[in-house]
Every structure is written in structure tokens, then in C-alpha cells.
Design a protein around this ligand. Structure first.
Ligand code: FE2
Ligand code: FE2
Length: 279
């Protein structure tokens, strides 16, 4: 499968085109059609698609990595342009979610879940296709489904909560899933926020695909929120793997991005708005 991936929404802008926002979205062009992975927070997806000359009306499917607002916020704007389209996601994408921050002595709670009801999105054309397991969604394109938590160093983010059965509990992120493209040059793996742990995700992909050669890994890694010890463990694991290019975005953070650049050298790039990976 020939493919071109363009970062549409991201926190940073690298080519003096488009706008940055807290969020992530990637536009995927293949010889069998175009796809959208995540939709950013909502403000930049349409203007950035016009600036980068990516036609949102051409997409065959939308994939959602998880239910946070910064990945699902652009759904209404995309649907208003596209109309009827399959939206693949885990059923927990609609959970209510909050983040709890400490600012000086004050505790601040913010709603960070999906801002729209399923019915509203359906009225704009969304046809939700839910999966919990690893699934081939198109020829050569796979969603990871739920990722088993196996490493001992990738811990849940203690600031994030979701509502399950009427109670707010630590968010398990069963809906966190990533997109896999099976190309001639190896696997291309696109992460949303990697809430299930970047190494857990990669191990799950190796296990399900029966292949361990990654042409590229891109997207949000959530490495920004790990302790220094956890970050070093993750880097040690990454270095043991066969990864051609590593293009991080969004929740990776500068500290982790700099560490990855030190370790991966020319194989590292920052995936800001307008970055393109051609395979
Ligand atoms: Fe995110
Ligand atoms: Fe997230």
C-alpha cells in the first residue's frame, strides 16, 4: 500500500502554514482512498485542511483514537462537510471524563471528554462502528482495539478520571486505540495519545500482526506525563525495537522529544502541523 500521511492538527506549526491547537489529527492518503485519524479540538481541522490542500469530503472513513475532546472536537465540522461516513471507535469513546489539576493550592477540575452526544453526531451523518478487539477496517488497515497493559513501568495517568456506572474512577482508557498501516516497507503505526502506554501498544501490534518491522511510528506518545525513570525505560524498550522513523506529536512534550532526538538522531522528526510522511 502506497501512502502519504499529513499532520492536520497538532500543538505546534512547523512550516509557517496552518494553526496549532492542543489536539491531534492525521490525514491519510492511500492508493485505495483517503482516511482521517482523529479530528483535533475543533478549531483548526477545516482551515488547516484548506491550507494543506487536503479534501475532507474525500475521506472514506474516520477513526477515533479515544474520547478526549482534543481528538474528537472537530467531528461536527468534518461531518458538516462530508455528510454520511463510518466513524470507527471503541464504545467507551462517549464516556464522561475529567482531568484534575493542582494549581498552587487550588484543585481544578476540567471536563475533557467528547463534547457531543452520539445522536447529534449521527444527525450530521456519522455512522458509528464500534470495536473492542483488533480489527482489519480496510485492506491493510487495522485498529488495535483494547491494548493489554503488560509493561510494569507504564502506569495510568493519576490526573485523569472517567465516569463508569455512575462513579468517577481512574480512567482505564479501554478506548485508547491506534491505527496500523501494513506497507511494503513495514508497519506504520499512528498513535492518538497512547494512554495505554506506547510500549504496550507496540508489543500488542507485534503480537497481532506477527511482524516486528516498523517503517515509522507517529503521533501522540503521552511521554510528557511520565516520571524520568519511566521515560528512560520506554526509551530503552524503543531502542531494542526495529523502528525506521519516529515522528512524535502532541502529548509527547519537549523534554521527551529532545531525549528521543538524542537517541534516534536522523530517524527522529517532530510531527507538527504540515509534516508529511510518504511511504
Ligand atoms: Fe490528546
Ligand atoms: Fe487523551
Amino acid at each position: 500500500m502506497k501512502t502519504r500521511i499529513t499532520i492536520l492538527c497538532e500543538n505546534l506549526v512547523g512550516r509557517l502554514v496552518g494553526s496549532g491547537e492542543h489536539g491531534f489529527s492525521a490525514f491519510i492518503e492511500t492508493d485505495q482512498g483517503n482516511y482521517l485519524f482523529d479530528t483535533g479540538s475543533g478549531r483548526s481541522i477545516v482551515p488547516n485542511s484548506l491550507t494543506l490542500d487536503k479534501d475532507l469530503k474525500s475521506i472514506r472513513k474516520i477513526f477515533l483514537s479515544h474520547g478526549h475532546y482534543d481528538h474528537t472536537g472537530g467531528l461536527p465540522e468534518v461531518l458538516k462537510l462530508k455528510g454520511k461516513v463510518d466513524v470507527h471507535a471503541h464504545p467507551h469513546v462517549f464516556l464522561d471524563r475529567i482531568a484534575v489539576f493542582k494549581e498552587e493550592d487550588r484543585e481544578i477540575k476540567r471536563f475533557i471528554g467528547i463534547r457531543y452526544k452520539k445522536r447529534y453526531l449521527e444527525s450530521l451523518g456519522a455512522n458509528f462502528v464500534f470495536n473492542t478487539d483488533f480489527t482489519e477496517v480496510e485492506k491493510g488497515l487495522f485498529l488495535t482495539g483494547e491494548v493489554p497493559r503488560q509493561t510494569n513501568f507504564e502506569k495510568p495517568d493519576p490526573r485523569l478520571f472517567s465516569e463508569m456506572d455512575g462513579a468517577m474512577t481512574n480512567d482505564l482508557f479501554l478506548d485508547d486505540q491506534s491505527l496500523i498501516l501494513d506497507t511494503d516497507k513495514g508497519i506504520v503505526l499512528i498513535l492518538g495519545c497512547a494512554h495505554s502506554g506506547m510500549i504496550n501498544i507496540i508489543n500488542h501490534v507485534i503480537n497481532k500482526m506477527g511482524k516486528d518491522k516498523f517503517h515509522a511510528i507517529l503521533g501522540g506518545t503521552h511521554l510528557d506525563f511520565l516520571t524520568p525513570e519511566q521515560l528512560e525505560e520506554s526509551i530503552k524498550s524503543l531502542k531494542r525495537m526495529e523502528i525506521g522513523k519516529i515522528g512524535v506529536s502532541h502529548c509527547t512534550g519537549m523534554k521527551a522529544a529532545f531525549r528521543l532526538q538524542q537517541e534516534f538522531g536522523d530517524r527522529f522528526f517532530y510531527g507538527w502541523v504540515g509534516s508529511v510522511l510518504e511511504v
